[in-house]
Design a protein around this ligand. Structure first.
Ligand code: BGC
Length: 462
């Protein structure tokens, strides 16, 4: 599922940028004043006042059993390959999963607080759900895991769709109320927030491609959603800073190789969102940037020039060098410290990949690629693997991203370590990839040929 939206990105980005007319903003010049240095931005979280080594997940994909969000009617209508069920049963198993994360040496955990669970009916707060998240965050903090909380990860209450959805006039206010509640309830412990998970993917998949709930293929709706997401992020940024002193706020964007094959002079196809929130508000320059750091998700090189062939998640082209490039590029463009909010590799139900990449080699190669960017001066606040366990990959259980394997479809919720567990544990223990770690988890022999060719071609084209 996810592969469809990601690999049709080139065409869809063009549509998105043209729709909004907002891509015409140039990249940021020089450094943005008033932004946090890497050290400052890593500061307020107590347990995380250094580099964050983490694992990422999302409420809907991990917890299971949520029948109140917009995915529920979508799945019920048979629009997904697999039905949902209880996902990885994270709702009940988070305490032991947090122990697993601690066992890896992690000092951070990223998940979402699900709006639909907290407010299943508009205006009605589910006190039991609120208490559940309090317990979850208490556990995280007690375990020494810095919470990084996403406020909307591709899911929102189903009632919003009955009131016009994210394209309607109501969405920003409704979301702002939820954000205010979360800030008041959890602000004492949670200092790092991601307002919206991958705004671009959300619009492409949910409003243009129709592959994510609510399943629209409606360019006009997509246009309205774009504007609303920017407004929602800016509102959330202001609320969080008002209610939670010392917090740091971002919205994580999906990044790939940033050389979009379809390029139109003066139009920044990839960064329509970042350009509007990571620099002063074009409509109100005194408002300043609404981002304290950049949060980036990097998986692979996706910008194929002919997006007709859509590989499945487990065939996404692995390209660690593209990760270094992306980190350097985004640092140079926005001059904000970077949190790697997601990085991971899929298999087809756990089967060996055709390209020979193992998850351990993938993680080693990407952490090394990150170190290469750091060595050139890119300030990186933390690195989060997607994901602690296999989970519901937006319509299917087949793509497996977990450090721990879980047979969700078979109803076996045991956590089985994959090859990547030892690798990630060694990396964290050593504070990064060492030559010995690299030698223990080498990339497949063929693993670097295609990416190298790709980069050579790109260099020629620059
Ligand atoms: C999303 C996750 C998803 C992952 C793998 C990211 O774009 O934020 O929800 O599971 O990619 O497809």
């Amino acid at each position: 599922m996810a592969s469809v939206n990601k690999l049709s990105r080139s065409i869809a980005l063009l549509l998105v940028a043209l729709l909004a007319g907002c891509g015409a903003l140039p990249g940021l010049p020089g450094s943005a004043s008033g932004t946090l240095s890497a050290q400052e931005a890593a500061g307020p979280d107590g347990a995380g006042s250094g580099f964050l080594w983490g694992v990422s997940t999302a409420g809907y994909q991990y917890e299971g059993g949520d029948v109140s969000n917009q995915w529920y009617p979508f799945v019920q209508a048979g629009r997904t390959a697999d039905s949902y069920g209880i996902a990885a049963d994270g709702w009940n198993r988070y305490p032991s999963d947090m122990q697993l994360a601690r066992g890896l040496g992690c000092n951070a955990w990223r998940t979402s607080i699900e709006w639909s669970r907290i407010e299943p009916v508009e205006g009605v707060i589910d006190q039991a759900a609120l208490a559940h998240y309090h317990q979850e965050i208490d556990t995280m903090v007690a375990d020494g895991l810095t919470p990084v909380i996403t406020l909307m990860h591709f899911s929102y209450p189903a009632w919003l769709d009955q009131e016009g959805g994210w394209q309607g006039p109501h969405a920003v206010d409704a979301y702002a109320k939820f954000v205010t509640l979360v800030a008041r309830e959890f602000g004492g412990q949670v200092k790092t927030y991601l307002t919206i998970n991958e705004p671009t993917t959300f619009i492409l998949s949910s409003y243009l491609g129709g592959v994510f709930a609510p399943g629209y293929r409606n360019p006009l709706a997509a246009h309205a959603v774009m504007n609303n997401l920017v407004a929602a992020h800016r509102r959330a940024y202001a609320i969080l800073h008002q209610v939670v002193p010392g917090c740091r706020v971002s919205a994580n964007e999906y990044v790939a190789d940033y050389h979009t094959p379809i390029s139109i002079p003066g139009i920044d196809l990839e960064d329509w969102f970042l350009n509007q929130v990571a620099q002063p508000d074009p409509a109100n320059p005194s408002a300043g940037p609404a981002m304290d750091f950049l949060a980036l998700d990097y998986y692979c090189r996706v910008n194929v020039s002919v997006p007709l062939h859509l590989p499945a998640d487990w065939a996404w082209p692995v390209d660690p060098r593209g990760f270094t490039d992306a980190l350097e590029h985004y640092w140079q463009k926005y001059h904000l410290p970077i949190l790697v909010a997601e990085n991971g590799m899929a298999t087809d139900d756990g089967a060996p990949r055709a390209d020979g990449w193992t998850r351990s080699a993938y993680i080693v190669a990407h952490v090394k690629a990150m170190q290469q960017a750091q060595a050139t001066g890119v300030p990186v606040l933390g690195y989060f693997v997607w994901s602690i366990t296999d989970n519901y990959e937006w319509g299917s259980y087949a793509p497996r991203f977990g450090l721990y394997r879980v047979e969700c479809k078979q109803g076996d919720y045991t956590r089985y370590p994959t090859d990547s567990v030892d690798a990630y544990r060694s990396i964290i223990a050593a504070g990064g990839v060492t030559p010995a770690i690299e030698a223990s988890y080498p990339p497949p022999a063929s693993g670097s040929l295609l990416p190298r060719l790709w980069h050579t071609l790109q260099t020629l084209g620059r």
